[in-house]
Write a protein that binds this ligand. Structure first.
Ligand SMILES: [Zn+2]
Length: 330
């Protein structure tokens, strides 16, 4: 089985000869930028540089997937947000909110012609052509995260309590951005789509997840033509059962949920990917620490192994490589 076949089989809860290894969000680090001669911030918007850096996860780390979207800002930028593109060791950030309420929302499909979006699509097409046996993963942000960008985190969260009806309308409307960008990435060649939506426990209660996001994530899973991987940071134990109701293909979860606990909560209804801790294990731990955590996740029954979230940009290469090494039978 090729890396692509292995990952797709596990995504569909079918048998494979080994666990797949990849990060459905970014696994880029400064070391990989130096080895591939492709650096932040240019690699966020230049298709060729993006391609060089995206293929590092296969070529250098030995993972089963390549993924060209390293930041959280592309579609928000394309729709009109101001962005600080960061630096070699600093991720881009949104610098100014765009809208105050539902009535301000204004966008159409023309954001797909933005230069940064076009670079992503060209990069996916290049990856698909050069790496037919590797899983090509695309990435979009869900409307909860997009709302943080467009309305500001604080203002949006207050709205969820004071104006829940408006929030439902906002999420429904912004879902088109997520869907259209996903469709374009699938058309360009993406085998799977990560939907990152930062409905983290401290920012979104389990009831808020149930009421606002089960319908939205279900709609995304239903309408995106390839398997989807939902990524939510933090302790998500209180919503894994809800996530299983959405029909996303897989859930990418953090180490704040114990691997065995996640498997127990998912009850085989969804594929699980993760959950190697970033700050203490991958950034500051040793390769032996990493191997131990990988072994534990595999023993628990996690389907695909990888870092829990976008890795810190100074994460040692040896630790990232160890995930692939430890997950493959010797
Ligand atoms: Zn995360």
């Amino acid at each position: 089985m090729t890396p692509r076949e292995t990952a797709l089989a596990l995504m569909n809860k079918k048998k494979a000869q080994r666990k797949a290894v990849f990060n459905p969000v970014s696994s880029v680090t400064v070391d990989q930028m130096e080895m591939m001669h492709s650096f932040f911030p240019q690699a966020h918007t230049d298709a060729k540089k993006m391609y060089e850096l995206a293929r590092a996860s296969y070529e250098i780390l030995g993972y089963d997937a390549v993924m060209p979207l390293f930041s959280v800002v592309i579609e928000s930028y394309a729709v009109g947000c101001q962005v600080d593109w960061g630096a070699l060791d600093k991720m881009p950030t949104i610098t100014k909110k765009l809208w105050k309420g539902y009535d301000d929302i204004h966008f159409d499909r023309s954001f797909l012609n933005n230069h940064a979006v076009k670079a992503v699509l060209a990069c996916i097409a290049m990856l698909k052509q050069k790496y037919p046996d590797v899983l090509v993963a695309g990435k979009v942000f869900g409307p909860w995260t997009l709302s943080y960008h467009f309305f500001g985190v604080e203002d949006f969260l207050i709205k969820t309590i004071t104006h829940p009806r408006e929030v439902k309308d906002i999420l429904e409307k912004l879902t088109d951005i997520t869907l259209w960008f996903a469709e374009a990435q699938v058309k360009a060649g993406a085998d799977v789509i990560t939907i990152a939506d930062h409905a983290t426990r401290d920012l979104c209660s389990p009831d808020a997840y149930r009421d606002f996001l089960i319908p939205i994530h279900s709609k995304l899973a239903k309408n995106i033509e390839v398997p989807t991987i939902l990524h939510i940071c933090g302790d998500t134990a209180d919503r894994i059962a809800y996530i299983c109701e959405t029909n996303v293909g897989a859930f990418h979860f953090e180490s704040k949920v114990d691997a065995c606990k996640a498997v127990e909560l998912a009850q085989g209804r969804i594929a699980l990917i993760g959950n190697i801790n970033n700050p203490s294990t991958l950034l500051f731990g040793s390769p032996e620490d990493v191997a131990k955590k990988v072994g534990y996740a595999i023993d628990c029954g996690v389907d695909m192994i990888g870092p829990e979230c976008a890795v810190p940009l100074r994460t040692p290469l040896e630790n990232l490589k160890m995930i692939a090494k430890a997950a493959r039978p010797s």
